[in-house]
Design a protein around this ligand. Structure first.
Ligand SMILES: Cc1ncc(C[n+]2csc(CCOP(=O)(O)OP(=O)(O)O)c2C)c(N)n1
Ligand SMILES: [Mg+2]
Length: 791
């Protein structure tokens, strides 16, 4: 190994470039005027509110300069992922220094006035956020919520053989669960078809107020940990810039040589073993090159430099002088012309065009997005001669559709399916007819469909699945995530972050091109987790999702296989959304033939005329609404009971596939206009609404509708255990008998018969209880119930 690869001149240039980035970072955090310090710093030059993170920033800058060097020397295609995304000033500074920033934002020009704007806009009202946000060119990782850098980095390079992600991981970030497990992504990366990730664990020693665990364990332990994760760790440690530049350059040379060699062996020699990829541990002081001490307390090399190392700059002349001398220590006159231009010999250090990390098209994935080749989903239809005449498992036809999407797009290698070990369990096993489960670790002959070339990504970490998928989508590809409904909550917070990213890019950043939607298929849902029990019963993800901006979220509850097909086709074609599809996987009655399913899904909500008897009799006495497959079944079974128990009753059945139709149109683009809503639900008749999830959500969505006062919603009330499927709905008052009782309670024309109807219901429920306790399964009249057409 050449331990000192840089010539004296190269070292000087790189160090100056680094100083320039550090200077611009401090300037962004502190200044709103006097960017080149042409006159003595005055309190009015300093921002009134100081917001930003210094501590991580010099390390991020250091890595950026060194990446620029290898990109130029080796013509590499690199995306920079800053795990500690709070180091926004670093990435913004570097993207400006390489000229990209001013191309995206011409107002922030590449000169003194642009530098002033650059400083002023940072963490300033009307300006840019403090993190590596969507506004930052070259970013696919905001890094505000820590833990996802590695999974994003891997997601970005799957099927991207020429791409490398340089992934900086904070030593604090490394303590998070998602990060700790994501190291294992290397068991799913195939060097023949995928790109590479270079993890750089940034041991600056501290988090906000504490040391970082990995910075306080013996060298040997950390080294063993990384070896145990399957990497080959290289250590770059110190604080003297000159020495550190040489060490970093030498280590980068080694790592990129090794990456190239691993890829060459896999691609040319046909080596198929899992390689040991290099990674770097960079130990450098937190707040490196910042003030050594502030008010007698250590700053550089301490947690105290995490954010703004000192903040009374306007009031405290000592702090003002400290800031001035700190900034002057970078000697801007050796970096910029008097007009604020980076000196030409330093400009020459940055890569050109799309090789600049700020302008890498992979970080604006919509630019690279290719349409999926889609078969006609109608070809996968379940034949439904009449409603309720056949039984099917809804996900199976969808699995065939996904299988063929996989097959049709094989050559473009831009579609993968993700899930935590549940693809087969979720009835998507037909995918394995055309692809395997991605796997680079040891394989046994008894394994099922493991393959280094597999395009089904299964790891028992919802976090890693989600992070991979996000990275894959953000770099311009397509994907599908299937998960048990209850456990998707594990990634609630990651969903939040992705939804925020989409909201901002969609509404505020025209240069970010639309990307494929993030599609969740949630199955093994609450109502059919009767065998696994209470822990597996939770439909609350939908409640969480609908908090987000209407512009980016969609929730679908297809009641059967053909509606599921139609919805899936729609979701795979959509852009910039998060689509949540909830549907069960158990054998169930099918309601709609394909053409009816398409019509129903296109409207998102509608009257099921074949299940209603009010069409020729004016307004109904009651509206029976339902959303979700099991609630739809119970609603239809209740209608069936009612037409025998109360034959004169005029019933309208309304089914909701697209939950967001319920919201007012001002709140969600799919929201029905009030007129349409009133037409469906009437303005004054009782509405008995059977809903898949927590009932309060329907109230939340409809509280502004005219007839809200008459809406009575049944759903999951957090009652459940290991019991029979029908007992699950009974425990939550969502069953057909309770629905009949609700109708009896609320429909005035039934008043005189209400007592008898309710007696009937009580008797049936007692029979149910006795029967299941005795026989351990549901009563035959429940198991064998079948829809009979209206005469
Ligand atoms: C999941 C999560 N928890 C807590 C925080 C609050 N937070 C912001 S920065 C930080 C410390 C990060 O330390 P480290 O990863 O070492 O970054 P660096 O030292 O490079 O700033 C914490 C706890 C967060 N952003 N995300
Ligand atoms: Mg740290």
């Amino acid at each position: 190994m050449n331990t000192a690869p840089l010539t004296t001149q190269e070292l000087d240039l790189m160090n100056r470039y680094w100083r320039a980035a550090n200077y611009l970072s401090v300037g962004q955090i502190y200044l709103m005027d006097n960017p080149l310090l042409k006159r003595p710093l005055e309190p009015g030059d300093v921002k009134p509110r100081l917001l930003g993170h210094w501590g991580t920033t010099p390390g991020l800058n250091f890595i950026y300069v060194h990446l620029n060097r290898v990109i130029k020397a080796r013509d590499l295609d690199i995306v920079y992922i800053a795990g500690p995304g709070h180091g926004g000033p670093a990435l913004v500074a570097n993207v400006w220094l390489e000229g990209t920033y001013s191309e995206y934002y011409p107002d922030v020009s590449f000169d003194e006035s642009g530098m002033k704007r650059l400083f002023r806009q940072f963490s300033f009202p009307g300006g840019i956020p403090s993190h590596v946000a969507p506004e930052t060119p070259g970013s696919i990782h905001e890094g505000g919520e820590l833990g996802y850098s590695i999974s994003h980095a891997y997601g970005a390079v799957f099927d991207n053989p020429d791409l490398i992600t340089a992934c900086v991981i904070g030593d604090g970030e490394a303590e998070t669960g998602p990060l700790a497990t994501a190291w294992h992504s290397n068991k799913f990366l195939n060097p023949r078809r995928d790109g590479a990730v270079l993890p750089i664990l940034h041991l600056n020693g501290y988090k906000i107020a504490n040391p970082a665990v990995l910075a306080r364990i013996p060298h040997e332990e950390l080294e063993s940990l990384m070896i145990g994760y399957g990497y080959k760790p290289y250590f770059v440690e110190g604080d003297d810039p000159g020495t550190m530049h040489q060490k970093m350059a030498a280590t980068f040379d080694l790592c990129f040589d090794e990456i190239a060699e691993i890829q060459r062996r896999a691609r040319q020699d046909g080596v198929t073993e899992r390689p040991r990829w290099p990674m770097i541990v960079l130990r450098s002081p937190k707040g490196w090159t910042g003030p050594k001490e502030v008010d007698g307390k250590p700053a550089e090399g301490s947690w105290r430099s995490h954010q703004v190392p000192f903040s009374e700059v306007r009031q405290n002349p000592g702090h003002l002088r400290l800031l001035e001398s700190w900034m002057k220590s970078y000697r801007a006159e050796e970096l910029f012309t008097p007009d604020g231009l980076l000196l030409p010999e330093l400009q020459a250090l940055a890569p050109l065009g799309k090789r600049r990390m700020g302008d890498n098209p992979n970080a604006n994935g919509g630019l690279l997005l290719r349409e999926l080749r889609m078969p006609d989903f109608r070809d996968y239809a379940v034949d439904v001669p009449s409603p309720g005449s056949v039984v099917a498992e809804a996900p199976r036809p969808m699995a065939r559709l996904l299988r063929d999407v996989m097959k049709l797009n094989e050559s473009s290698a831009n579609f993968r399916v993700f899930g935590p070990d549940e693809t087969a369990s979720n009835r998507l096993g037909e995918l394995f007819e055309v692809t395997g489960r991605s796997w680079m670790a040891e394989r046994l002959s008894s394994d099922d469909h493991l393959s280094p070339d597999g395009r089904v990504m299964e790891i028992l970490s919802e976090h890693t699945c989600q992070g991979w998928l996000e990275g894959y989508l953000l770099t311009g590809r397509h994907g599908f995530f299937s998960c048990y409904e209850a456990f998707i909550h594990i990634i609630d917070s990651m969903f939040n972050q992705h939804a925020k990213w989409l909201k901002v890019t969609d509404s505020e950043i025209p240069w970010r091109r639309p990307i494929a939607s993030l599609n969740y298929f949630l199955t093994s849902h609450v109502w059919r987790q009767d065998h696994n029990g209470f822990s597996h019963q939770d439909p609350g993800f939908i409640d969480h999702v609908v908090n987000k901006k209407g512009g980016v979220i969609r929730v679908y509850l297809p009641p059967d296989a053909n509606t599921l097909l139609s919805v899936t086709d729609h979701c795979l074609r959509s852009r910039n959304y998060i689509n949540v599809i909830v549907a069960g996987k158990q054998p169930a009655w099918q309601w709609l033939d394909m053409e009816s399913a398409v019509r129903h899904c296109t409207s998102g909500i509608g009257i099921w005329e074949w299940a209603s008897n009010d069409s020729e009799q004016g307004e109904p006495d009651v509206v029976m609404a339902c959303a979700g497959d099991v609630p739809t079944l119970e609603t239809l079974a209740a209608v069936d009971l009612l037409r025998r128990l109360a034959p004169d009753l005029k019933i309208r059945v309304v089914n909701v596939v697209d939950l967001m139709t319920l919201q007012p149109e001002e709140e969600h683009p799919h929201g029905l206009a009030d007129r349409e809503f009133d037409d469906l639900f009437t303005t004054d008749k009782p509405v008995i609404f059977a809903y898949h999830g927590y009932p309060w959500l329907i109230h939340r969505l409809t509280y502004r509708r005219t007839n809200h006062g008459n809406m009575h919603v049944r759903g999951y009330k957090e009652e459940g255990t290991t019991t029979t499927p029908f007992d699950m709905v009974v425990m939550n008052d969502l069953d057909r008998f309770h629905l009949v009782a609700d109708v009896a309670d609320r429909v005035p024309v039934l008043k005189h018969r209400a007592a008898y109807l309710k007696q009937y219901v009580r008797d049936r429920l007692i029979e149910h209880q006795e029967y299941i306790r005795r026989y351990g399964e549901d009563m035959p009249e429940i198991r064998d119930w079948k829809w009979e057409p209206w005469k």
